[in-house]
Design a protein around this ligand. Structure first.
Ligand code: PEP
Length: 255
């Protein structure tokens, strides 16, 4: 474990799942977010955009943070179907995920787009969760570190710090597949991310920026993954839809 670890964050990415009736899941998360757990770990839930306002309203007083899953780089304008970071903030979000591999893959978002979205998040007062990670082909070709380094350099804005930036390392091949890298592989990539952060945000801030691991985190593997050096929490997809599983993952920090 790192000596000087920042407060961990366990964030749930609900993707395109959830209706107003899912507020029940949020309420179960609130109920299980005991003072003991609150003292050890921050929780955030990133529902689909339709639920950000509803969830933020329900989350008042619970200290579960609410986040968006994407934002447009511009503050407003003729961008049908898009949402600005300001709109998410206005709805009560404090986080926004940018550069998730599903956005990079299905919407062809490049590092430059991700960087512009992170800038938008900062402008709106949100904390950006910037996602990076290699594909299976890139890992098999031995390119993981080079790919992640390039994504970090291209996606993280110059004015980033430990308050406005969280980095999520999510190997694309581990997302939703039940596969996870070895603990040694996670440690290697997270060490690289920390090293790059020293260049990108400076030596003083770098140790305080949270680096999340994401990709098939579940209650059965959370403790092992969260104990890896430079892993400061998790970005959780599928398992975040079930309150008991999400809480059990966060519970890895209870020791
Ligand atoms: C994700 O999509 O960010 C993710 C980590 O998904 P899962 O936990 O389902 O692999």
């Amino acid at each position: 474990m790192s000596v000087d670890r920042p407060r961990p964050l366990v964030a749930g990415n609900w993707k395109m799942n959830g209706l107003r009736s899912s507020t029940r899941v949020l309420e179960e998360i609130h109920a299980g977010y005991t003072p003991g757990l609150k003292a050890k770990v921050e929780l955030a839930v990133c529902p689909p955009a339709t639920l950000v306002g509803v969830f933020a309203h329900h989350a008042v007083g619970s200290r579960v943070a609410i986040g968006g899953q994407d934002c447009h780089a511009k503050e407003s304008g003729a961008f049908t179907g898009d949402l600005s970071a300001e709109m998410l903030a206005d709805a009560g979000a404090t986080y926004v995920i940018v550069g998730h591999s599903e956005r990079r893959q299905y919407h062809r978002e490049k590092d430059v787009d991700v960087c512009a979205k992170a800038v938008a998040a900062y402008r709106a007062g949100l904390t950006a969760i910037v996602c990076v990670g290699e594909t299976r082909e890139e890992r098999e070709a031995g390119k993981t570190l080079a790919v992640v380094r390039k994504q970090l350099r291209g996606s993280i804005p110059v004015d980033s710090n430990s308050h406005n930036l969280v980095v999520a390392y999510e190997p694309v091949w581990a997302i939703g597949t039940g596969l996870t890298p070895t603990v040694a592989d996670v440690a290697e990539v997270h060490a690289l991310v920390r090293d790059e952060l020293r260049r990108l945000v400076g030596k003083a801030e770098a140790p305080r920026v949270r680096i999340l691991y994401g990709g098939s985190v579940k209650p059965s593997n959370a403790a092992e993954l969260m104990a890896v050096d430079n892993v400061d929490g998790a970005l959780v997809g599928g398992a975040s839809l079930v309150a008991a599983d999400f809480l059990a993952i966060a519970g890895a920090y209870l020791g």
